[in-house]
Design a protein around this ligand. Sequence first.
Ligand code: S3P
Length: 166
Amino acid sequence: MDSYFKNIVLIGMPGSGKTTIGRQLADKLCIDFYDSDKYIEEAEGMSVQQIFQNGEDAFRYLEHEAVKKINENIPCVIATGGGIVKNIENIRFLKSNGIIIFINRPLEDIISDIDIGTRPLLKDNKENLYKIYEERIQLYKKYCDYEIINNKSIDKIVKDIISIIK
Ligand code: S3P
């Protein structure tokens, strides 16, 4: 499939910049932007934190259903939740319609400015990011088509992604 007619799917740790980069990228390409967490919140009329009160599995089920639907809107940019890689099925169908880009932001930078209040998996403790990173880094690397290091301006990252897909 020509990359113009593919989705651009951003994966990576919470706080890595997926939403900010994704929104700007979609603007530049004049295509739709979806943030899977926002999509779930709007569909359920509940925040991610409220959904997590019914357990992580409840959230993962809704996440799976949401990305399945979003994935059909080709071409679009999708900012996924950090845990999307926990279910290989998510990756299978996202890959079938899209190109997967791992936004790899240095962990120290994430820790310096992440809002833990809106991220229930961190359980109000930034140190939990280290464990999550250890569990997931290999998955992000394995499932992505390209990796971008987020240690530069958002403008530059957006340009780099556009040059990858063209
Ligand atoms: C999660 C990351 C969050 C959100 C949920 C679970 C995770 O999204 O989907 O809190 O498992 O890493 P962000 O990556 O946008 O923070």
